[in-house]
Write a protein that binds this ligand. Structure first.
Ligand SMILES: Nc1ncnc2c1ncn2[C@@H]1O[C@H](COP(=O)(O)OP(=O)(O)OP(=O)(O)O)[C@@H](O)[C@H]1O
Ligand SMILES: [Mg+2]
Length: 234
């Protein structure tokens, strides 16, 4: 039985899709891994991976039209063991139906990485258990921070381990007090920060350069690996 990694954030554009892909690439080296894009019309993982012309079916089609689950799962080119599926989740989706699909996916994959907005997270949280992981991304400023705090608290109250990861830090802003560092965030959130990622100028430029897969700088990949293993081993 695999685990679901809920990749979410308190506000938009913080790096959910980018970090979902980065973590999933690492996980796929160890076992069959699925990127499950639950961002509906705002989804971007397929775009970032050059798959936007390939993906036509949604997991909702399994629910609505009773098509086979395997036909909505697409292999990611050039990445063995890595697969992609998308799901448009709506408040009116019956929880037990979505839960049924998630359970089937957890049977099929060792890791399911769910790219999901905080609003999607609000009502889908009851589906997850202590076996799963919530990775809550935040920019270390006060606006992003408050959203992240609510999600971490919510997840933990429901028994899902939640790990804040700071993304897009800028050293100069931290130094001048415009951004917080990991220690400050840990103190205010009252739980340790799992990792800090710097803002990198040429991070993920694939969709602009029309390459087939995001370019993740080697140094950055090593950092992702450390964060991934730390969270995975907890
Ligand atoms: N550490 C980083 N350094 C530099 N750029 C980054 C970093 N993390 C993310 N980005 C960039 O920020 C932008 C938004 O990232 P991404 O699309 O992953 O965020 P998101 O949370 O999925 O956004 P949305 O809310 O729109 O779904 C992208 O252009 C991405 O390349
Ligand atoms: Mg996104």
């Amino acid at each position: 039985m695999g685990k679901t990694w809920i990749m979410t954030a308190g506000s938009g554009g913080i790096g959910k899709s980018s970090l979902t892909i980065a973590f999933a690439v690492i996980a796929a080296r160890q076992g069959k891994t699925l990127i499950l894009d639950a961002c509906g019309p705002c989804r971007a993982c397929d775009l970032y991976m050059g798959m936007q012309n390939v993906v036509t079916l949604d997991l909702r089609d399994v629910l609505l039209h009773q098509i086979d689950l395997t036909s909505v799962i697409y292999p990611v080119p050039e990445h063995e063991n890595l697969f992609y599926a998308c799901v448009s989740l709506f408040r009116e989706s019956r929880l037990e139906e979505v839960q049924g699909i998630l359970l089937s996916l957890q049977e099929m994959f060792e890791n399911v990485f769910l790219d999901i907005s905080s609003s999607g997270m609000n009502w889908s949280l009851p589906v997850f258990t202590r076996r799963d992981r919530a990775v809550v991304l935040l920019r270390p400023d006060h606006v992003s921070f408050r959203g992240a705090e609510a999600i971490v608290t919510d997840a933990r109250n429901r028994g899902v381990p939640a790990y804040p990861v700071i993304n897009q830090m800028e050293k100069s802003l931290v130094r001048h007090g415009y951004q917080m560092n990991g220690t400050t965030v840990s103190q205010v959130l009252d739980c340790p920060v799992a990792g800090e990622i710097m803002r990198m100028p040429d991070f993920f430029t694939s969709s602009i350069r029309e390459e087939h897969f995001p370019v993740i700088p080697t140094k950055q990949m090593k950092l992702f690996e450390e964060i991934y293993h730390e969270i995975d081993s907890n």
